[in-house]
Design a protein around this ligand. Structure first.
Ligand SMILES: O=c1ccn([C@@H]2O[C@H](COP(=O)(O)O)[C@@H](O)[C@H]2O)c(=O)[nH]1
Length: 232
């Protein structure tokens, strides 16, 4: 089992997150701690999930000057997280300084991932921030920059996975939120893909939150998705 599903524990408290995690099996999935949960509960929630056997993706999407981001990622590495991310739009120097600092410090390196274009955004949203470009073209540009900077992969939509798979190395990780089983509500996501299509198209890890956590039976929903993936 290569644990392709990362369950987004988007909850307001450690108690809520741990309650959900207790229903999940760390041999079947990984978990993600994002901005809401981390801002309320801090490193303690990461440590609690790790003590339950989960690999933790710390999804704080750092974006700042190179030194600040590098030090923040170092703190995440010292927490022992499995994966951590920054915004690729912070630029090459920011990502290169991060890789360099982790090497200098000799800490076990988490997977270093950079967000390209948020899966909640489409062309008109990019236009609103002054980018006259299709999301797929911006994803391509930022993914190539990320690979050149020594990072391990990107967050993108699985819609962009077939294009990226022709350009980046096979080891370069494609981490894809915006996953929606057929018939599920899109919520605020715009560039959505089903779990099976995402894996077929070249995603390595599927980040899935509400379709699992807000399901009437989260454990069954997760199990159904895993079964669908096993049948590809
Ligand atoms: O481009 C991005 C980057 C991160 N996310 C995060 O993934 C989950 C998705 O949750 P759903 O409930 O399945 O929509 C959430 O924590 C986001 O912060 C993303 O959606 N898109």
């Amino acid at each position: 089992m290569n644990k392709q599903i990362v369950v987004a524990l988007d909850y307001p408290s450690q108690k809520d997150a741990v309650n959900m995690a207790q229903r999940l099996d760390p041999s079947l999935c990984r978990v993600k701690v994002g901005k809401e949960l981390f801002t309320r509960s801090g490193p303690a929630v990461v440590e609690a999930l790790q003590s339950m056997g989960f690999d933790v993706f710390l999804d704080l999407k750092f974006h700042d000057i190179p030194n600040t981001v590098a030090q923040a990622v170092l703190a995440a590495a010292e927490l022992g997280v499995w994966m951590v991310n920054v915004h690729a739009s912070g630029g090459q120097k920011m990502m290169e300084r991060t890789v360099e600092l982790l090497e200098q410090k000799g800490v076990p390196k988490p997977l270093l991932i950079a967000v390209t274009v948020l899966t909640s955004m489409q062309r008109e949203d990019l236009a609103g921030i002054g980018l006259d470009i299709e999301p797929i073209d911006q994803v391509k540009r930022l993914a190539l920059l990320t690979e050149k900077s020594g990072f391990d992969g990107v967050v993108c939509s699985a819609q962009e996975a077939p294009m990226l798979r022709t350009l980046v190395s096979p080891e370069f990780k494609l981490v894809t939120p915006g996953i929606r089983p057929a018939g599920a509500s899109a919520d605020d996501q715009k560039r959505i893909v089903t779990p099976q299509d995402a894996i077929r198209d070249g995603s390595d890890y599927l980040v899935i939150g509400r379709p699992i956590t807000q399901s009437e039976d989260p454990v069954k929903t997760l199990q159904d998705i895993i079964s669908d993936l096993e049948n590809i």
